[in-house]
Design a binder for this molecule. Structure first.
Ligand code: C5P
Length: 234
C-alpha cells in the first residue's frame, strides 16, 4: 500500500498557490486542489501543477445522476489527476458510473475515493434534515461498505475512524484522512485530530494536511517532518 502526505493547497489564487509550491525545490509533494481554486482557475491550474511534477488529488466531491457523473469523471480522467472523489450518498449506480468514466483505455485510472458523511453534518442535521435515523457512525460505515462493494478504492474519513473502516472494508481499502496536527501544535477548527505517527498506527494511508504545513514558518521543514513521522511509525 502506497502511503503519503498530501498537502491541501487551500489558497485562493494561482499566484499564492504557485508561490507556495516554489518553496519545494528538492521534492514534489502530492497536493490536493480544492473546489475554490478549481472553480476560480479552471483545468489550467491542474495542468500547470501537474506539469511541475506533482501528483494531484482533485477534491471536487461529485454528486449527480450517474450519467452526468460518468461523463464528468471522463473529463477529469483526461486531466491526468491521481486521485478524485465523490459523495457515496449518490448511490451505487453513480459510483459504478464514476469508475467507468474514470478508467482509461489501457485500464488504468486515478484512485476514486468516496466521501461518506461530511464532518460538518452533525447528529441533529442527520436526523432532522436528512431524515436518517441510524447513528452517524453506522451511516459512515454503511456508505464506506457501499463504496467498497462498488469497487471504489477508499474513503475520506477521520483518522479516528480509519481502523474501523479497514476492519469493515478490508486492509487494502484506502483511508484518506484530514484532521492531522503535530503534537503540541494549534488544532485550529479541527476537533478530532491525530498526529502523523498516531495516524500511521491507526491505519491511515494518505494524510491530508493543510495549515500545519502551509502556515508553518518553514513549510518544507514541516512537510518533511510530517512525512518522516508518518513513514517512521509504520
Ligand atoms: O488545514 P487543515 O490541515 O485542517 O486542512 C485539511 C484539509 O482537509 C482542508 O482542505 C479541508 O477542507 C479538508 N477536509 C477536512 N475535513 C474533512 C474533509 C476535508 O478538513 N472532513
Amino acid at each position: 500500500m502506497k502511503k503519503d502526505v498530501i498537502i491541501a493547497l487551500d489558497f485562493p489564487t494561482r499566484e499564492e498557490t504557485l508561490q507556495f509550491l516554489d518553496k519545494f525545490q528538492d521534492e514534489k509533494p502530492f497536493v490536493k486542489i480544492c473546489m475554490e481554486l478549481f472553480y476560480a482557475q479552471g483545468p489550467a491550474i491542474v495542468r500547470e501543477i501537474k506539469a511541475r511534477g506533482h501528483r494531484i488529488f482533485l477534491d471536487l466531491k461529485l454528486h449527480d445522476i450517474p450519467n452526468t457523473v460518468q461523463r464528468a469523471m471522463a473529463a477529469l480522467r483526461d486531466l491526468n489527476v491521481d486521485m478524485v472523489n465523490l459523495h457515496a450518498a449518490g448511490g451505487s449506480e453513480m459510483m459504478r458510473g464514476a469508475l467507468a468514466g474514470l478508467t482509461r483505455p489501457d485500464g488504468t485510472r486515478p484512485l476514486l475515493i468516496a466521501v461518506t458523511q461530511l464532518t460538518s453534518t452533525d447528529a441533529k442535521t442527520l436526523k432532522e434534515e436528512l431524515l436518517i435515523d441510524v447513528p452517524m457512525a453506522e451511516t459512515v460505515m454503511c456508505y464506506a461498505e457501499n463504496a467498497a462493494h462498488c469497487g471504489l478504492d477508499g474513503v475520506v474519513c477521520s483518522p479516528l475512524e480509519a481502523k474501523a473502516v479497514k476492519e469493515r472494508c478490508g486492509s487494502g481499502f484506502v483511508t484518506v484522512t484530514p484532521g492531522i496536527r503535530f503534537a503540541g501544535g494549534d488544532s485550529g477548527d479541527q476537533k478530532r485530530i491525530m498526529t502523523p505517527a498516531s495516524a500511521a498506527e491507526n491505519g491511515c494511508d494518505y494524510l491530508v494536511m493543510g495549515r500545519p504545513i502551509t502556515k508553518a514558518e518553514d513549510p518544507v521543514a514541516a512537510y518533511r517532518r510530517a512525512l518522516q513521522d508518518f513513514m517512521d511509525a509504520e
